[in-house]
Ligand binder design. Structure first.
Ligand SMILES: Cc1cc2nc3c(=O)[nH]c(=O)nc-3n(C[C@H](O)[C@H](O)[C@H](O)COP(=O)(O)OP(=O)(O)OC[C@H]3O[C@@H](n4cnc5c(N)ncnc54)[C@H](O)[C@@H]3O)c2cc1C
Length: 496
C-alpha cells in the first residue's frame, strides 16, 4: 500500500480539476491531483493515428454509451481519459453560459448569485488564460461554407465560433488531441501552473472510494498502475476532497462511497445534449478536412431547442462512418473529397441517470422527454435541407443502416417515423448528475459545490451544471470550477 498526504486531493485532471488545482496550489496549499488516465504530451499525440488516440486517451476506446429507455436512442457518450481529461479532445469550441440559461438557474433552481455580472470576472480570466479567440471566416472549411450558403437561403444565420486556440492552422484533428499544441487545453495552461506552484499529479491511478470519518471526507483510496502494468493500492490522506472526475464518474464514485443518501439526487438529472450529424455529397470537391474542425454555428432554431454546429473529423474517421459494403462502399470512399459534414445538438431536458454497473464503468440510461424526441426529426431536416439548398446531390442521414437519399427522397421522407433504436446519436457533454441547488431535496450539492451530506467534500466538474446549456459546456465548467475554487479558499482547511 502506497500512502500519500496533501491538504487537498483533486480527483480528475480535466477541464475542472486542472483549473481548481491551480488555484489551491497558487494559494499555498499542498495539492495532489489523482488521474485515472495516462500522461500524454502533444509530441505523443502528434505521433498517434486517430485509432491509436481512441485506444489510448478516450475512455473505453469510445465505446461507452447511455442506454436509451422508452422512445430514446442509444447515445454513444464519449469522454477523455488522460491527464487533461476531455479538455484534450475538444473541438476547442467555447461559449459563455447563455444568459437565458442563467435565468433558469436563478428562477427555477434558486441559485440567485448566478448572473452575467457575477460571472464576468471569472469568464474573463478563463478567456485570457485559455486564449479564447474568434475563428476567422478564412478558416472555415468548404464543408462549413457550403452549409452556411444553404442555410442562408433558408433565412438562417452562421456565426463564427470562439475557440481556445493559439496559432491553429486548421488540420481537423482536434478530437484526437491537437498534434501541434495549438489547442489551449488545460494540460498546456492550468496544469503547468498548478505544477509550478507545487502540485503533483499521480497519473494511471483510479480512485475507487472517498474515505470518510466522523461526517467528514478525509481522503481517497485507489489503485495505481506501475510501469510493469501491476496495480498497487494507494491511500491519500487529505484535509479536503475535491471531485472533478466528470459528469459520468463523479456520481459513480459518490455512489460507490455511499455518499448522497440524504439527497438521493446523486446520479440523477443527467443531461447529454444528444447530437446528430449529416453528411452530404457534392459534385464538386469539398475537402472538408481543410480548415478549422469546428468554426461556426447557427442559433436560428434555438426556439426549437436546436443548436447546429460545424464539425469535420479526419478522413480516416469519415470513411469508417460511410454507409454501404463492397464496391458501393469503395466507390464512396474513393470520392471522399466530395463529402461535407455538419452537426447539431438538442438543448435537452434531461432524463439520464448514472448507476453503479457490474464493472468499472457506470450503468448509464437516458429517457428522452417527449419534447426532445420531437426535436430529432427537425434537427435532421434542418441539417439536410441546408446542404440540399447548397446543391448537394445525396444525403447520408444519421439513421443506422440507411442508404443515402436523393433530394426528392429526403424531402418526402417522414422522419417522425424513424424508430429511436435506429437513430445514430452521440454525446460528449454529460452534465447535471450531481447538480447544484438550494436544498438537498433537489440537488446533490449546494451552490458553492459543497456536498450536502459530508463536510470537506466538494464537487466542481460538469456534473454540477444544474441544467443543460444548449451550447458546448467547457467554458461554463471551467468558469464554475474557478468560482468554486475561490469560494473554497475562503473556507479554512480543517486540522489534519
Ligand atoms: C471528443 C470530445 C469533444 C468535445 N468538444 C468540446 C468542445 O469543442 N467544446 C466544449 O465546450 N466541450 C467539448 N467537449 C466536452 C468537454 O471536454 C467537457 O465538457 C469537459 O472537459 C468536462 O470537464 P470535466 O472536468 O467535467 O471532466 P473531464 O474533462 O472529462 O475530466 C475528468 C477526468 O477525471 C478522470 N477520472 C474519472 N474517474 C476517475 C477516477 N475514479 N479516478 C481518477 N480519475 C478519474 C478522467 O479520466 C478524466 O481525465 C468535448 C468532449 C469530447 C469527449
Amino acid at each position: 500500500m502506497i500512502t500519500r498526504s496533501a491538504d487537498v486531493v483533486v480527483v480528475g485532471s480535466g477541464a475542472s480539476g486542472a483549473v481548481a488545482a491551480s488555484q489551491f496550489a497558487e494559494a499555498g496549499q499542498s495539492v495532489l491531483i489523482v488521474e485515472e488516465g495516462p500522461w500524454v504530451t502533444s509530441k505523443d499525440i502528434s505521433a498517434m493515428r486517430p485509432s491509436e488516440s481512441i485506444e489510448k486517451v478516450w475512455r473505453g476506446a469510445a465505446m461507452t454509451a447511455a442506454i436509451g429507455v422508452g422512445d430514446s436512442p442509444i447515445i454513444n457518450l464519449t469522454m477523455g481519459r488522460c491527464v487533461g481529461g476531455s479538455s484534450v479532445l475538444t473541438g476547442g469550441v467555447c461559449f459563455r453560459t447563455p444568459g437565458h440559461v442563467l435565468k433558469v438557474w436563478r428562477d427555477e433552481r434558486r441559485l440567485t448569485e448566478y448572473t452575467d455580472e457575477h460571472l464576468e470576472p471569472y469568464y474573463q480570466e478563463i478567456e485570457r488564460i485559455c486564449n479564447i479567440e474568434e475563428v476567422p471566416v478564412s478558416m472555415r472549411s468548404k464543408s462549413t461554407t457550403l452549409w452556411g450558403l444553404g442555410a442562408a437561403k433558408m433565412g438562417a444565420n452562421l456565426v463564427s465560433n470562439k475557440r481556445n486556440t493559439k496559432g491553429c492552422d486548421g488540420c481537423s484533428q482536434c478530437n484526437f488531441g491537437c498534434p501541434k499544441g495549438a489547442k489551449q487545453s488545460v494540460d498546456l495552461n492550468f496544469l503547468p501552473r498548478a505544477i509550478a506552484a507545487g502540485a503533483e499529479i499521480l497519473s494511471d491511478c483510479e480512485v475507487t472510494r472517498v474515505l470518510t470519518k466522523g461526517g467528514r471526507a478525509v481522503g481517497v483510496e485507489g489503485k495505481v498502475k506501475g510501469p510493469d502494468g501491476r496495480r498497487s493500492r494507494v491511500k491519500v490522506h487529505a484535509r479536503r476532497v475535491v471531485l472533478a472526475a466528470g459528469g459520468a464518474h463523479t456520481p459513480l464514485l459518490m455512489l460507490k462511497s455511499g455518499i448522497g443518501r440524504r439527497s438521493k439526487q446523486v446520479g440523477r438529472n443527467l443531461t447529454l445534449h444528444p447530437g446528430f450529424r449529416m453528411m452530404a455529397r457534392f459534385d464538386d470537391v469539398v475537402d472538408g478536412w481543410k480548415g478549422a474542425m469546428q468554426s461556426a454555428h447557427s442559433t436560428t432554431w434555438e426556439d426549437e431547442r436546436i443548436t447546429l454546429i460545424s464539425v469535420y473529423v479526419p478522413p480516416a474517421v469519415v470513411v469508417s462512418a460511410l454507409a454501404g459494403f463492397g464496391p458501393e462502399f469503395m466507390e464512396r470512399a474513393d470520392n471522399l473529397r466530395h463529402f461535407a459534414m455538419f452537426g447539431g445538438m438538442i438543448h435537452d431536458e434531461g432524463g439520464g441517470r448514472i448507476r453503479r454497473g457490474p464493472g468499472r464503468e457506470p450503468l448509464m440510461t437516458y429517457r428522452m422527454s417527449k419534447e426532445d424526441r420531437a426535436a430529432v426529426p427537425n434537427i435532421i431536416r434542418r441539417l439536410g435541407e441546408a446542404y440540399l439548398q447548397a446543391g448537394a446531390r445525396e444525403l447520408y442521414l444519421p439513421i443506422l443502416g440507411h442508404a443515402p437519399v436523393s433530394p426528392d427522397e429526403f424531402r418526402t421522407m417522414d422522419l417522425t417515423k424513424v424508430p429511436a433504436r435506429r437513430l445514430e446519436c452521440t454525446s460528449q457533454h454529460p452534465l447535471g448528475s450531481c447538480r447544484m441547488g438550494d436544498e438537498p431535496s433537489n440537488s446533490a450539492i449546494d451552490g458553492n459545490g459543497k456536498a450536502w451530506d459530508l463536510d470537506q467534500l466538494y464537487v466542481i466538474d460538469g456534473s454540477i451544471v444544474p441544467t443543460s446549456l444548449g451550447v458546448n459546456p467547457q467554458q461554463t465548467i471551467m468558469t464554475l470550477a474557478l468560482r468554486q475554487a475561490r469560494r473554497m479558499l475562503d473556507q479554512p482547511l480543517p486540522e489534519a
